[in-house]
Write a protein that binds this ligand. Structure first.
Ligand code: FAQ
Length: 333
């Protein structure tokens, strides 16, 4: 999304060595080492800033694009109750995107720059949102598994060393937790229904399981950003460790639900005290991340259209704000 895409303010992008004041660097490192928070006004290395803009803007884009697969089902929800819950959930995701764009803006990159990177295909967003939602069971499975994976990844981000991101994550995690529970409850109801409903849930689990495991990112051995992000207290737990925790937490939930997870190699390993699991298709993951997933084109086209259709709202809001400003300065004069 970002490394290759985002411009940051030229002053902020000046090479570290050229601008660095040793005292500020020491203070930055001490703050990180003592689990303090770095705030927008604080000095920070250019690479720390760039890494945060990269991750936070990717995260924001994921929330906004993530509204689309479930949004497709708002008009087809099976009852008024389910429709109301789904509208609230999708609206929450929009809110998460907005907190995150705001957090990224505190680092000196404008929202317009971030959105431009998304709309031109230079920005990344989570691979998981490039798959279709074929049945109503997919909506429940997104809540249970996709939100479940998102929470597992996001709880440690509440302790991120960058204050605005950490604080945004506290609220986001509370809402994601509700999302996960509503997904599980919705599937529970379907699993107590007809054999057709049960089959629908199993089919959705089969299609989403592996994609959710890939959501945590490449294996640690193939994760170029992890080491530095962990040193800076941005990332607290590695991709593989989070993936393992998600699997260990989800297996018993699948049992309660009465569905099987589509992995013949999935079994408890007494020695490791974790579940072993089969091989993830990383070629498919990278193809999806690089724009060749089943819904990449559709998702991007929908976002671009929404941006273009909303131009008049942005223009009207600006004109209104300018009028108010002019009125206020006239009154003050
Ligand atoms: N998809 O070196 P690493 C949600 C990229 S929110 C696409 O390991 P890093 C809520 C990565 O960017 C879901 N790309 O990278 C919801 C990097 O590329 P770059 C989103 C991926 O940053 C629920 C390259 O691979 N959550 O679901 C993915 O240390 C339901 C190498 O990887 C967040 O964004 C992927 N899955 O770790 C909404 C959480 N994985 O930038 C609606 C915050 C990796 O060098 C409905 N982000 N890549 O060109 C993070 O925790 C991290 O950024 C990771 C990746 C863990 C995603």
């Amino acid at each position: 999304m970002y490394t290759q895409a985002l411009d940051i303010h030229p002053q902020l992008a000046t090479p570290l060595v050229a601008t660095e004041d040793a005292h500020k660097q020491t203070h930055f490192e001490e703050t990180i080492n003592h689990e303090g928070k770095i705030e927008p006004r604080d000095w920070m290395p250019a690479h720390y800033r760039k890494t945060l803009v990269r991750q936070i803007s990717q995260h924001a884009h994921s929330e906004i694009v993530g509204m689309l697969p479930e949004g497709n089902w708002i008009s087809r929800a099976p009852s008024l109750k389910r429709k109301a819950i789904l509208i609230a959930k999708v609206q929450d995701e929009a809110g998460h995107g907005l907190y995150l764009y705001s957090a990224a803006e505190t680092l000196g990159t404008s929202r317009d720059q971030m959105l431009e990177a998304l709309h031109t295909g230079r920005a990344k967003y989570s691979s998981i949102f490039n798959y279709p939602t074929l049945t109503w069971a997919d909506v429940g499975v997104i809540g249970w598994l996709v939100d479940g994976a998102a929470i597992m990844n996001q709880i440690p981000l509440c302790r991120c060393s960058y204050g605005p991101y950490a604080r945004a994550m506290v609220r986001i995690c509370k809402e994601e937790s509700f999302h996960q529970r509503q997904g599980f409850e919705s599937l529970m109801v379907m699993m107590q229904g007809t054999p057709e409903q049960q089959a629908m849930v199993q089919d959705a689990v089969n299609r989403w399981w592996w994609k959710c495991l890939a959501m945590f990112g490449p294996p640690d051995s193939d994760s170029p950003n992890s080491e530095q992000s962990k040193r800076w207290g941005i990332k607290r737990i590695s991709n593989d460790d989070l993936r393992q925790s998600f699997i260990d937490a989800t297996v018993p939930q699948a049992k309660v639900l009465g569905v099987s997870l589509p992995d013949p190699d999935l079994k408890w390993n007494e020695e490791r005290q974790h579940h072993d699991y089969g091989a993830i298709d990383w070629d498919e993951f990278w193809a999806t991340v690089n724009g060749k997933g089943p819904c990449n084109k559709e998702r991007l086209a929908t976002r671009v259209k929404a941006w273009e259709d909303g131009a008049w709202v942005r223009e009207a809001a600006l004109v209104h704000a300018n009028k108010q400003k002019a009125r206020q300065s006239k009154e003050a004069a």
